[in-house]
Ligand binder design. Sequence first.
Ligand SMILES: Nc1ncnc2c1ncn2[C@@H]1O[C@H](COP(=O)(O)OP(=O)(O)O)[C@@H](O)[C@H]1O
Ligand SMILES: [Mg+2]
Length: 299
Amino acid sequence: MKIGILSYRPLTIRAAPEELKLKKTARERGHVSRIFRSSRFQMVYDRESPWLLYDGKQFPKYDVIITRPSVLRNVDLHIALVEQMELMGTLLFNRYESILNAKNKIKTMQILDHYDLPIPRTVVLHRPEDLKQAVKFVKGFPLIVKRPFGSYGAGVTIIESMRALQSFLLWEDSMYLFQQYVKYSKGKDIRIFVINGKVAGSMMRSAKRGDFRSNIELGGRGESVDISEEEAAIAVRAVQALDLHYGGVDIMRGKEGPVILEINSNPGFKALEKSTEADIAGALVDYAVEYAERSVNLL
Ligand SMILES: Nc1ncnc2c1ncn2[C@@H]1O[C@H](COP(=O)(O)OP(=O)(O)O)[C@@H](O)[C@H]1O
Ligand SMILES: [Mg+2]
């Protein structure tokens, strides 16, 4: 089988360790595998369009592509490449629309709330006049402010007072999410990696001293953790609600049970594989094969 990996890393740096591992794992299992770099594509429109060039030549036919959309800015523009592949009939996952929903924290909260999944109290607002009411709704200070697009903890801030809040926000054309601070979990959260409706691995992440964010990219530590059946079920349902084939769900253990902070459509798994026994690359490659075979059988 031919398994492609779509990487969004800038050409000035190597592909991500996860992307390299996926390629290696696929090859070890007897498949053809190659990493495609998003910047090397040209999207072409003419009477026979759409079509794609890769390195100036026709994009070769692959049985399935695993997308790794590590994009933070102008997500919709960059992800148009994924949509173009879909329009051309390329089998791939995660798909365009679910990536967009996962990258946008407002959309994610909308969908999770719609499906009755537990989230911290959250308000989205546009103007300073509504601040007071929002602060009350999220149970006062400290509270968490998030920009709709952001990852690796960038764009997530803890605010301790009204004065800090007022001077921190830039209202021009911006929207923010205000969220109740989940104090009870003391800077720890749980990353649950779901593939094809099953938990493939999970770890507890602890924030570095002096920070409240537990992202590994910010120096957070990962360790293996036993998750409850409820936590597993919530993570699986959240990934399904966003229509993702695989995803990383960030959960905190709140006073009244687990709450979901966000869902990642291209979760890293280096730290997860290192701090637990989980074989995420293997599970993703196996799923890619199964998905491609299932799709062929449907034709
Ligand atoms: N409501 C919250 N209460 C307490 N800590 C939070 C809250 N939201 C986020 N955090 C902390 O900040 C980190 C980053 O937030 P998250 O929403 O996952 O954004 P990112 O996409 O940047 O990872 C989380 O892993 C968690 O440690
Ligand atoms: Mg996160």
